[in-house]
Structures are given as structure tokens and as C-alpha cells.
Design a protein around this ligand. Structure first.
Ligand code: TGC
Ligand code: FAD
Length: 388
């Protein structure tokens, strides 16, 4: 008999306009042709081909929701849908686009000088240059206010010293946005690759987000001219505002990993025979599929609601926390449940759910752990700051 897709049951497509649907279809097709065929190999060999940056650039995905300077200037929902389609292939691809567009480029677009914007944004948008965003440190992840990286004045120059940890694209970046404590509060700096005293070290042996570069940034008395400082960034609020942008993309992105897991499990259940019948014909399997479909669809409705609020300029940080907490938590649950449907076949790279589940461990932790988002929602509800 006729079959619906999980999101088809919710009528999600009908909530999108033509441009949004076109962008989603374009990215889905791109992922099918260019990302999916090699992802198992990239994950296994822990690589992300550098050419991918130019391909994303050609498609207009880098900084796509920013205006001017070679950026596509789409609405927020379209950006979210692009993240979803990329993460349906692998969280590593969405991470790349998040960091390049929402952290590196957004930090320059929002807080940079005209000179910095003209120098970097067009190249970053085209994927000719790669950017990264260094906020986290070995001892300060959830609490970046404690950062030890220091920038001090020497005449008009700045001298930066410190270590940043777990930095996506760190080892491949041409330009790093580095956040540092000064006598005057937190400030942001653009540190080009090759600046004396600035080194990067890639982190090996990851069990999660293997198709993504994660690095340490080491700054040892790095001398920068005054023009390297982001002039509009005056406090910790600046880097935290960049996080809102990337977190928004994750609200949609995580659902891509969940949707791909669910589609994979559905197809497997229909064709796998157990006890002389298709696995899909058993009530327990159908209950799993129904429950996962519910969570996927509810997550999508939430993402779209947040997207519409963002496009209306009304989205608040604690609302992004609702989306990031729920959608990543449910996505990882779905990916793991799908893996059970695949049985032993689910433990190799031939099928995507366990790769997605492993990736989502990082997604659960970065851009604010689940606990940080619970506390952010808790603060909005009670008025009490329970972070410290
Ligand atoms: P708090 O005193 O609350 O705030 C300091 C200033 O910042 C403002 N602020 C925000 N502004 C915009 N958006 C937000 N989400 C903001 N949150 C806070 C706040 O209004 C205040 O402004 P002002 O003008 O009064 O100075 O700061 P706190 O130290 O108590 O921290 C609050 C907390 C815990 C929520 C924050 O530190 C936090 O979000 N921690 C989590 C850290 C985190 O998410 N790190 C992510 C690093 S980047 C990353 O993971 C990239 S992964 C990328 C990938 O591969 O996809
Ligand atoms: P911690 O802050 O040490 O937390 C450990 C545990 O304690 C967590 O469960 C946390 O929720 C809990 N905890 C902490 N404080 C509290 C509290 N007050 N109450 C209750 N529980 C608490 N960072 C960047 O700056 N740029 C990047 O590009 C980047 N990319 C990343 C890529 C990957 C693959 C990963 C894994 C991380 C990346 N990060 C990046 C770092 C990421 O943002 C941090 O890992 C994250 O913010 C958490 O910090 P932490 O790992 O130090 O954990």
C-alpha cells in the first residue's frame, strides 16, 4: 500500500516557500552526488578533502545567510535547510559550513572593520580561504569567561599568548578568529596562518566527527598590528552572539542526521526478513518507527518555528537553547534506535546510523552542552542564574 515519508506525514514541505524548497533540493542533490559517495572513506581515514571548501563556495553555502561581500543573503530558514541536508550526509560537512559561515565569517561580518570584511569575506564565501573560531580552551569550555588567553598592548601592536582547544578547521584555516582577555575585557583578533608564534596541532584518534579537522591553536607571544583586532567586539557577549548563529544551524542540522538514520532503518526493515517475515511487519518495529517519526517531525516543527522567528528578527538566545537541546538530544536517540533495527549490520560504515550517532556525541557537546542549554532554559523560566 502507499507509503509516506516521516516528514511527509507532517506536511513539512507545505510550510516552505518556493525558494526554500529549491535551496533544500539543490543541497540534497549536491550531497547525493558529491558528499555521500565518499563519506564512509573520509570518516574511516579521518580526512576532509580541502577541495570541499570551493565546492561549498560555488554552491553559495558559505556565509549564505549574510549580506554583501560575496555572500548569498538567503533567509535563515534556507540556511537551516541547507544545514539539514549537509548533516544528512555527515555532521562533518555541516560543521565545516557552520564554522566557516556562522562563526568565522559572522564574527568578521558583525564585528570587523570595513577593511577586514573586504579582505576576508569574499574569499571565505568562495571557499578560497578557510576560517576557524577559537573560543574554547583546555580548561575553559562551558565557561569561556575564565579564558586564560591574554592579549596585551605593546605600543599600538597586540601580543597574544594562550592555547585554544577543540577548534574545528583549526589546522586548515587561513584565518583564525581568536578570543582573548585584555585589561579591558574580552576582545577578538584575526590571526592569519603563518604569523610567527602561531601554530596548530590536529587532534587525532577521534571516535566522533572524524570527517572534520579538530585542532589545538597555540599562540606564543604572537605579535599583531592594531588592525587585527575586531573593532566592534567589546565583551564576551561578542563571541557568545556568534554562537547563536551556529547553534541555529545545528537546530536544523541535527535533524538531517536523524532523518537519514530513519530513512536507512525504514528501508532496511522493509527488506530484512526475520522469523519468515519482513522486519517492518512486526509491531515492535513499527512502534519504534512511529515514535522516531514523531520526534523527528516535532523537532522539524520547532526548527521551523525558530527559523520564522529568526527571519522576523525576534529569536532570543534561550529559544535557540530549546531547539539545540531538543533536536540534538532527539537526533542522537533516533540514530541509536535506528542502529538497533539494523542489528549487526548497523555496526559498520556500510550504514549511516552509528556514524551519525557517533558524530552527534560531539554535536551534543559543542556549541553549548545539553546541560548549558538546560541551564539557559532554567534561567529563562526562573530568573535564577544557576551556571555558577
Ligand atoms: P553572561 O554573564 O551570561 O553573559 C556575558 C555577556 O554575554 C551576553 N550573552 C549573550 N549574548 C548573545 N547571545 C548569547 N547566547 C549570550 N549569552 C550571554 C550577556 O548578555 C552578557 O552581555 P553583557 O553586555 O552584559 O556583558 O556569561 P556567563 O559567563 O555567565 O556565561 C553564560 C553561558 C554559560 C551561557 C556561556 O558561557 C555559554 O554559552 N557557554 C557555553 C560555551 C560554548 O557554547 N562554547 C562553544 C564554543 S564554539 C563551538 O563549540 C564550535 S563547534 C562548531 C562546529 O563544528 O559546528
Ligand atoms: P566542560 O565545560 O569541561 O564540561 C564537562 C561536563 O561538565 C559537561 O557535561 C558539561 O555540561 C558539564 N558542566 C559544565 N559546567 C556545568 C555546570 N555549571 N553545571 C552542570 N554541568 C556542568 N570550541 C571552539 O571554540 N571552536 C570550535 O570550532 C570548536 N569545535 C569543536 C569541535 C568538536 C568536535 C568538539 C568536540 C568540540 C569543539 N569545540 C569548539 C569545543 C566545545 O565548544 C566544548 O567542548 C564545549 O563547549 C564543552 O566544553 P568542555 O569540553 O571543556 O566541557
Amino acid at each position: 500500500s502507499a507509503r509516506s515519508t516521516p516528514l511527509g506525514l507532517f506536511g513539512i514541505d507545505e510550510m516552505l516557500d518556493d525558494d526554500e524548497r529549491d535551496i533544500q533540493t539543490t543541497v540534497r542533490e549536491f550531497a547525493r552526488e558529491h558528499l555521500r559517495p565518499t563519506i564512509a572513506h573520509s570518516f574511516e581515514s579521518a580526512t576532509l578533502p580541502r577541495e570541499i571548501a570551493r565546492e561549498f563556495g560555488r554552491l553559495g553555502l558559505l556565509g549564505m545567510h549574510l549580506d554583501g561581500y560575496g555572500c548569498a543573503g538567503t533567509n535563515a530558514v534556507s540556511y537551516g535547510l541547507a544545514c539539514l541536508e549537509l548533516e544528512a550526509a555527515d555532521s562533518g560537512f555541516r560543521s565545516f559550513v557552520s564554522v566557516q559561515g556562522s562563526l568565522s565569517m559572522f564574527s568578521i561580518h558583525r564585528y570587523g572593520s570595513e577593511e577586514q570584511k573586504n579582505e576576508w569575506l569574499p574569499r571565505l564565501a568562495a571557499g578560497e580561504a578557510i576560517g576557524c573560531f577559537g573560543l574554547t580552551e583546555p580548561d575553559f569550555g562551558s565557561n569561556p569567561a575564565g579564558m586564560r588567553t591574554r592579549a596585551r598592548r605593546d605600543g599600538t601592536d597586540w601580543i597574544l599568548t594562550g592555547t585554544k582547544m577543540w577548534i574545528t578547521n583549526g589546522g586548515s584555516a587561513d584565518i583564525a578568529t581568536v578570543w582573548a582577555q585584555t585589561d579591558d575585557g574580552v576582545r577578538g583578533f584575526l590571526v592569519p596562518r603563518g604569523t610567527p608564534g602561531f601554530e596548530t596541532r590536529d587532534i587525532a584518534n577521534k571516535l566522533s566527527l572524524r570527517a572534520s579537522i579538530t585542532s589545538e591553536l597555540i599562540l606564543d607571544e604572537v605579535r599583531l598590528p592594531a588592525s587585527a583586532q575586531l573593532p566592534q567586539a567589546n565583551s564576551l557577549g561578542a563571541p557568545l552572539s556568534c554562537l547563536n548563529e551556529a547553534r541555529f544551524g545545528i537546530v536544523f542540522g541535527a535533524l538531517g542526521a536523524a532523518r537519514d538514520s530513519l530513512e536507512t532503518a525504514l528501508e532496511y526493515a522493509r527488506t530484512r526478513e526475520v522469523f519468515d517475515r519482513s522486519l517492518a511487519s512486526f509491531q515492535l518495529t513499527q512502534a519504534k518507527l512511529a515514535d522516531m517519526t514523531l520526534e523527528l517531525g516535532k523537532g522539524m516543527l520547532l526548527a521551523l518555528r525558530l527559523g520564522r522567528l529568526k527571519d522576523a528578527g525576534q529569536l532570543r538566545p534561550e529559544q535557540i537553547s530549546l531547539g539545540k537541546l531538543n533536536n540534538v538530544r532527539e537526533a542522537i536517540g533516533i540514530a541509536r534506535e535506528c542502529r538497533t533495527i539494523l542489528g549487526a549490520s548497523g555496526i559498520t560504515l556500510e550504514y549511516s546510523p552509528l556514524r551519525h550517532a557517533n558524530n552527534l556525541e560531539s554535536v551534543l557537546t559543542y556549541e553549548g552542552t545539553s546541560e548549558m542549554h538546560q541551564l539557559s532554559i532554567g534561567k529563562a523560566l526562573t530568573g535564577i542564574d544557576a551556571f555558577r
